[in-house]
Ligand binder design. Structure first.
Ligand code: HGY
Ligand code: MN
Ligand code: MN
Length: 414
């Protein structure tokens, strides 16, 4: 039988799968910690492979550990891909990334239930290290899959805990044989929570996402001089901690000067030796800058680096910097964005359009094939927080819109 009518999903099954992943790497107070390539991530990966196999999908794992489950179509050729990630930050929620992968599994199972064979194959993908929390940069697996990042360079990345990515991939048994870059799909779709306050504030159920803003991560290392906190006059100090604090304030001031949508975050700030009575000898900090316009992002980063040089010099410290991530803004396929909007409205859902503040695997596919995303609301705009929450009905609505658009593409409706 070929696909004729809309696909009926099972919201209870979707929720059960999400809860199943939520038990892997579960944190005592709620949420999950499945940092890329840790044992918790391995457990999530093994669970996903088993789920895919139970659905009759053909599972492949590539050289950077991306997992793809493929459901054959009536014809061969490039699949429609539904993807996201199952790794998390250290204080992750139940839905960031996992929702997109689980929604793909639900669509595959609904097709099985209906005994429907689509014209094109359906591929469901979970990309390695989307978060970039342990190993920078983020969107690593999808970046290697689509040729935006070099496999060898990424396998050699050393994480915040000193581990080498390629060694960890082998250790957990997820260094696969499939070549990288991987094949570009006919189209790429991703369902994700918004991770921000817009949908909830606007009273919307769905966003057809128009693109992803540019992302710049810089690591700054400041070398001063450790000295006695009691005996060293303020004018003789080379205080790496003070230089780091000045740079942190400069990042905030930069965002205020440039105004929205520029955002600036110092997420890592480590002082050494980190003792009460010792003036910090070294400081390591990271600055995450984002903007929807590439030139503005470049100007903001240049201005921050210049101000960091001045701050370090005035504190008698040496500054070294390293780029950890540098991704330009991307725009999604306008026709696909419109199809998401139409599909959501046809379901009676309050629908809008917005760019994504967060990075996503979809941004690696956007230059190479028709790509778009579906957002569902995040309660209180919270994410990268164990209290991350989206109502079950909203999760189900997002999955249904994803299914409706995917079905059109799977049948190759022009
Ligand atoms: O950094 C991001 O925006 C994503 O969570 N990796
Ligand atoms: Mn995510
Ligand atoms: Mn995330």
């Amino acid at each position: 039988m070929t696909v004729t009518a809309a696909l009926r999903l099972d919201p209870a099954r979707l929720r059960a799968r999400l809860e199943g992943f939520g038990r892997i790497g579960a944190l005592p107070g709620g949420g999950v910690c499945r940092l890329a390539l840790t044992d918790a991530d391995r457990a999530g990966r093994d669970h996903l492979v088993a789920e895919m196999q139970a659905l009759g999908l053909t599972v492949t794992i590539d050289r950077i550990g991306n997992i793809t489950g493929t459901r054959q179509g009536r014809e061969d050729g490039p699949p429609v891909m539904i993807g996201s990630h199952i790794d998390s930050v250290a204080t992750g929620g139940l839905y960031d990334g996992t929702l997109g992968v689980v929604a793909g599994l639900e669509i595959a199972e609904a097709l099985n239930d209906a005994d429907l064979t689509t014209r094109r194959p359906l591929a469901i993908a979970a990309f390695t290290n989307e978060e970039g929390a342990r190993f920078a940069p983020d969107m690593m697996g999808s970046g290697v899959h689509q040729g935006a990042l070099d496999l060898g360079a990424m396998l050699a990345v050393r994480g915040i805990d000193g581990a080498v990515l390629g060694d960890e991939l082998a250790r957990i048994g997820h260094s696969g044989p499939a070549p990288c870059p991987g094949p570009t799909p006919a189209a790429y779709l991703e369902l994700h929570i918004e991770q921000g306050p817009v949908l909830e504030r606007e009273g919307l159920d769905i966003a057809a996402v128009t693109g992803v803003q540019g992302i710049s991560w810089t690591e700054m290392t400041i070398a001063g001089q450790s000295n006695h906190a009691g005996t060293t006059p303020m004018g003789l100090r080379r205080d790496a901690g003070l230089a780091a604090a000045r740079i942190t304030l400069a990042a905030r001031a930069l965002a205020q000067t440039f105004g929205p949508p520029l955002v600036a975050t110092v997420g890592v700030l480590e002082l050494s030796p980190g003792l009460t009575n010792v003036i910090p000898e070294t400081a390591r900090l990271t600055v995450d800058l984002r903007h929807t316009d590439a030139d503005t992002l470049t100007r903001a980063r240049a201005q921050l680096l210049a101000e960091a040089e001045v701050a370090a010099a005035e504190e008698g410290c040496a500054l070294s910097t390293r780029s950890l991530a540098d991704f330009p803004p991307v725009a999604f396929d306008p026709a696909l964005v419109a199809r998401i909007e139409t599909a959501a409205r046809a379901r009676g859902l309050r629908t809008g359009r917005m760019p994504s503040g967060a990075g996503h695997d979809a941004q690696m596919f956007a230059p190479n094939c028709p790509t778009a995303m579906v957002f569902v609301p995040s309660q209180a705009g919270l994410s990268h927080n164990i209290a991350e929450h989206t109502e079950p009905a909203q999760l189900a609505a997002g999955a249904q819109v994803l299914a409706d658009v995917a079905l059109d593409l799977l049948e190759g409706t022009p």
